[in-house]
Design a protein around this ligand. Sequence first.
Ligand SMILES: C[S@@+](CC[C@H](N)C(=O)[O-])C[C@H]1O[C@@H](n2cnc3c(N)ncnc32)[C@H](O)[C@@H]1O
Length: 275
Amino acid sequence: MNKSILRALKRVWILNFTRRVTYATSYFNSKYGQILSWGVQSNEDTNYTYHLTESNKDYLAQLLAHILQSDYATIRGYIAEIENDQVLRQHIQTGIIQSGLARFADQDIRYGKRLGWYAVVRALKPKIVVETGVDKGLGSVVLAAALLKNKEEGFTGQFYGTDINPEAGYLLSGVYQSVGKILYGDSIETLSKMNDKIDFFINDSDHSADYEYREYQIIKDKLSDNAIILGDNAHVTDKLSQFSIEQNRDFLYFQEQPKSHWYPGAGNGFSFTRR
Ligand SMILES: C[S@@+](CC[C@H](N)C(=O)[O-])C[C@H]1O[C@@H](n2cnc3c(N)ncnc32)[C@H](O)[C@@H]1O
């Protein structure tokens, strides 16, 4: 814009207001197009799935390389491994159709932050993995797929998911069930009965801040020395950050950048100890 016209616009309050507000809306306008195409093309109405942008996958790999004392190329390799796993993709597509719930799910399988969950299991080689709140079981089957790959390399591990909904977790079936199990009931009650030492804990159940904090309190004496805790609701609550400060653990935050989707993305908090 010509400098003298801009100077004139800035002097008249209403014109300046319109110019500033129009500029601010440019950050959000593309979202309306995405909302409309999602409304037409997607069946999802909760627990949205989306791909991450390529640069967001790089940020995730760089962050995890630090947490896991690994390197960018190794973690990026694990991310590529799950993205290229056609058996897993086919299993999920078939599972959605067989569940009879395809009208609430999409055929395009999009892992989002679960790419990072997979990479943690591949790099950490955990013996016990716990995910509270499994919904369809998308995260569960991703974690089980990583445990199966670890098993091929001689590292055995077991997955436990918890959910209050007796119909949750239907994607954890077939070969993936050989390394995983869903425990039904209230997560806090289930966790309090667990005796195994947990190597990788994911909080994704009741998303109230108080409930999330109680889960961390229940598992704090059940963690192995190098355990990693992941809070899937870290964009909403600071409970994992708070817990990490109290327990003298390190905390890092990853923000999803969904690719061509209206959802702003979730935040995953990682709580860990330096090895
Ligand atoms: C956001 S979804 C989980 C998504 C899943 N982790 C994934 O990867 O897609 C939350 C789940 O937590 C479950 N849930 C809610 N309150 C719970 C509780 N008190 N105990 C156990 N599960 C609970 C819900 O039934 C729901 O399936």
